[in-house]
Design a protein around this ligand. Sequence first.
Ligand code: GTP
Ligand code: MG
Length: 444
Amino acid sequence: MLEKLSSGLKDALRKIAKSGYIDKATVDELVKDIQRTMLASDVNVKLVFELTEKIKKRALDEKPKSGMTPREHMVNIVYEELVNFVGKKPEIMIRPGKILFVGLFGSGKTTSIGKLAKFYQKKGLRPALIGCDVHRPAAMDQLKQIAEQLNVPYYISKDTKDAVKIARTGLEQLRKNDILIFDSSGRDALDGELAKELKELGKMIQADEVILAIPADLGQAAGKQASEFNKLVGITGIFLTKMDGTARGGGAISACAATNSPVKFIGVGEKLDALEVFEPERFISRLIGFGDLQSLIEKAKEAIEPGKAEEMADKFTSGKFTMEDFYEQLKSMGKMGSLKSIMDMMPGMGGMKLPKGVDLAKQEDKMKKWKFIIESMTKKERADPDLIDSSRITRIAKGSGTQESDVRELIKNYNQSKKMMKMFSGGSMKRGMMSRFAKKFKGM
Ligand SMILES: Nc1nc2c(ncn2[C@@H]2O[C@H](COP(=O)(O)OP(=O)(O)OP(=O)(O)O)[C@@H](O)[C@H]2O)c(=O)[nH]1
Ligand SMILES: [Mg+2]
């Protein structure tokens, strides 16, 4: 869902993560990128400009918090402002109570009622459904079918067109259940007739929650619909349905937030478990891949502690690179996750094609094996790998559950690396690979 918006924002932020430093031109470019991608996703022009003004102002005025690089700071500002932009974290009622669903024709009311009933079942509450849609003949059967599928009690009646009467009887009969969810009729538009019916229904039920179902493919128009319904019947939250497969969801969410109608749930499919509680932080985090960016920064910091990288670089360049150091390096790589996931997390590298013949998975298996092999060496052997003769190789292979050829390959690799380091040692290459590698992460 929202693939276009997501990839647009990700691209904009990756540019930032890759840029050497942040100046006014970088900020301007970022702001333009964000505007372009949001407008293309049907977010309201005025809202977009308000948002990017805030981002720009903060980016130019605020100093990075201690320990944060300018790039992290910039990414963080965008994240925080986007979270504010889509609304507050909604309060979800997790206790016994009554919920009335309202919405226009085909907005997804009845399906969403099923999803919500299932949601409450999982929370250990006992929901029951009451069908007050007296206009569409098949509506009662649809509700019944959903109730039976979930194995929850329900009340429907095909004998009357009086929605209030059904609600009253249902309420009496199903009183013992924790959560009573009431379906209601839809209309093509919120006309006087629907408004009257909903008002009466609302008065009788005295619901704790009045949830409005709006299809996300309405885009910006969702905000207007939300405020109209709110004025007439007083809604407590929005269930944004059909978020799957629409590019206009970003427009719908931000429009609702702008009219102060909290989106509480989003529907992401036709099945009854296709419900998500709307959490702004999580939503934006996923949208921009914030978690991945952050965890890469965190992991890189953990894996390569400050000072350690310099020390390693010195060892590299002085040729005093022992098997122990080699082991440390393998461990650091392991801490950061699989090679593939590291690649995916690197800004701009996620989709990169590797040269032919490079097989990351194979390389990773090899690295894992090498770790086991080094673990089976004695301290002495690690400090001075020249000690390792063929009988020691046999022992190490047995101890690590690998083949003798694996042990030989590792030693060969280690010796080659060491030889290369020696060649590089002396002056010009003092700032070694590791050091640059570490800087790259620290600066991100
Ligand atoms: N893809 C997708 N389809 C959905 C979602 N929610 C509902 N639908 C579909 O939308 C259509 C209408 O859903 P209903 O639940 O019958 O809508 P309603 O508001 O009760 O409709 P009326 O009772 O006629 O007013 C159905 O085909 C549902 O399967 C969703 O989150 N994603
Ligand atoms: Mg319905």
